[in-house]
Design a protein around this ligand. Structure first.
Ligand SMILES: Nc1ncnc2c1ncn2[C@@H]1O[C@H](COP(=O)(O)OP(=O)(O)OP(=O)(O)O)[C@@H](O)[C@H]1O
Ligand SMILES: [Mg+2]
Length: 404
């Protein structure tokens, strides 16, 4: 990209509105917060940090995590997948923090058991096609995350549920997968496949026989039999699946639900965040704002990159080891200022496309965030006051706004 293109367009001088996640999670009217975003941007960590902040603000909160990093899981007391929330000890917190890891297969198995007779449930659970679907079908994790959210909400044990979303490539998968999955379970192909057993060979026309022979060739006869048996057993649950997907989807639209979109200060993640923000607004789903996670604000902004470079050259000319050291430090600062300027530029570009979306930046910690102390630092960055920062740069930004 040329230096010219790097320059922010005039419209982007618009300031992003600040995001008050602190007030949002403390508000008793807030019942569900969903953290979405592209893969690897910090959804799981942000969810856990927000949950910790909520417990410290007095809420009884449960965080539903999905595939948390091992050390983070351990520090939340999640040593094994048990598909139920566990209380996390947070000394001194007026509220309660509970955490769980989603067990996708167990969640699916539980739905099957809850909606069929024991014999039918057994037949489904033992079916190889079901086993593949419940543990690896793309979209199953998203569907089951929504399912679990619905269950947590229905149990009414928590006054706030914070939901992490699966590590999909696209943030939109979380919204799309449940529908795609129920369409699949209710799909034409599957209905055709099971037609002979259901409608007394009504559909067993030459066309269907040809179709099923082709499918059988592609998928293999055994798999086809597995699918047919699975679908026959699942037949009574069809309505169930679709209704549940729809009901949970509606839950996401209800007042009291908020989405937090997480992105890294990188073009791809912010582009993804942009699509997602558009989609939420098209669906009428409330957006709390955008978290730009792992930014690199410089320790001071008093010295510009250009001046630091110039000073480094001047100092280096003086010669001697301490001059070399000072020059190196100035160059590090110059590099840091340039990085921060790039990140700010990307954030500005987002804001110029979405001027109403509130923004909060979260600086990169020195290492991974894997314990309560690390989460607390992140929670402070997420929920602390916008203007009251050590560097004086508001938390909407990586660098202070240029005057004029
Ligand atoms: N502000 C931060 N500073 C330093 N490290 C961070 C920060 N935020 C997240 N991380 C680290 O980045 C890694 C990825 O974070 P996380 O697992 O939360 O991302 P994710 O969006 O949930 O990823 P996935 O899409 O794979 O689920 C983790 O190792 C986490 O500790
Ligand atoms: Mg994650």
């Amino acid at each position: 990209m040329s230096a010219r293109q790097e320059e922010a367009p005039a419209a982007s001088r618009r300031q992003a509105p600040p995001m008050d996640l602190g007030a949002l999670i403390a508000d008793p009217a807030t019942r569900i917060v969903v953290c979405c975003g592209a893969g690897g941007v910090g959804k799981t960590t942000s969810s856990a940090a927000l949950a910790l902040a909520a417990a410290e603000a007095g809420r009884t909160v449960v965080v539903l995590t999905i595939d948390p990093a091992r050390r983070l899981a351990q520090s939340l007391g999640l040593v094994e997948l048990d598909n139920e929330p566990r209380r996390v000890d947070v000394p001194g917190a007026p509220g309660e923090l509970h955490a769980m890891m989603l067990d996708m297969k167990r969640t699916f198995d539980d739905i099957v058991s809850a909606h069929s007779t024991p014999e039918r449930a057994q037949a489904i659970l033992e079916n190889p096609f079901y086993q593949a679907l419940s543990s690896s079908f793309s979209g199953t994790q998203e569907y089951m995350a929504m399912e679990k959210l619905g269950q947590l909400r229905a149990s009414d044990n928590w006054d706030l549920i914070i939901v992490d979303t699966p590590p999909s490539r696209s943030a939109l998968d979380f919204l799309d997968a449940p529908n795609r999955m129920s369409r699949f379970l209710d799909g034409t192909m599957i209905r055709l496949l099971m037609a002979p057993s259901r409608a007394g060979f009504k559909f067993a026309s030459a066309g269907f026989l040809l179709f099923s022979r082709i499918v059988s060739k592609i998928l293999g006869g055994q798999l086809l039999r597995d699918i047919s048996a699975f679908v026959a057993a699942l037949d009574t649950m069809f309505g169930g699946f679709r209704e549940r997907a729809t009901a949970t989807y509606e839950l996401l639209r209800r007042p009291g639900t908020w989405f937090v979109v997480v992105a890294a200060p990188e073009p791809d993640a912010l582009r993804e965040a942009s699509y997602f923000v558009d989609r939420l607004s098209a669906e009428g789903m409330p957006l709390a704002g955008l978290v730009v996670n792992r930014t690199h604000p410089p320790a001071t902004t008093a010295l510009s990159a250009t001046r630091a470079e110039g000073a480094a050259e001047g100092v280096a000319d003086g010669g001697g080891p301490s001059a070399a050291l000072a020059a190196a430090a100035l160059r590090v600062h110059a590099g840091r200022m340039q990085l921060a300027a790039r990140e700010q530029h990307l954030a500005d570009r987002f804001t110029s496309a979405h001027p109403d979306v509130a923004v909060r930046t979260v600086p990169a910690a020195a290492g991974d965030v894997h314990d309560l102390d690390g989460l607390r630092v992140m929670a402070e960055a997420l929920t602390g006051p916008d203007a009251d920062t050590p560097t004086g740069t508001p938390r909407t930004r990586v660098l202070p706004a240029r005057r004029g």
